[in-house]
Design a protein around this ligand. Structure first.
Ligand code: ZN
Length: 101
């Protein structure tokens, strides 16, 4: 009786510690997945507007532009790719000038 080891007390403390660390882990995971989701969304919308889906022609200088080009502008629901930033700027200023209807 006198020399009973305090095993029960130890056990309770261990459980408490476990609960605390699991709670912390869950909170961290929740934040991490939220962040990942946000990043995923922004990456996706960027892809939709800024990447040329297939090979095309720079409407300003008539050079070939490859699929995957990110110097693009959307006009009339079409994505146009450009060989350079300056061509893109010219187009953005007056798109109608470079698009034949
Ligand atoms: Zn160009």
């Amino acid at each position: 009786m006198r020399n009973q080891p305090p095993s029960e007390l130890k056990h309770i403390n261990m459980n408490k510690m476990k609960t605390i660390s699991i709670t912390a882990f869950v909170i961290i995971m929740a934040f991490t997945s939220l962040r990942a989701k946000e990043n995923h969304l922004t990456n996706n919308s960027k892809l939709l507007t800024d990447t040329l889906k297939k090979d095309g022609i720079d409407p300003v200088c008539k050079m070939k532009v490859r699929a995957g080009n990110i110097k693009t502008a959307t006009y009339d629901q079409l994505v146009y790719g450009f060989c350079s930033e300056s061509c893109k700027q010219k187009f953005v200023k007056e798109p109608a000038k470079y698009i034949k209807k």
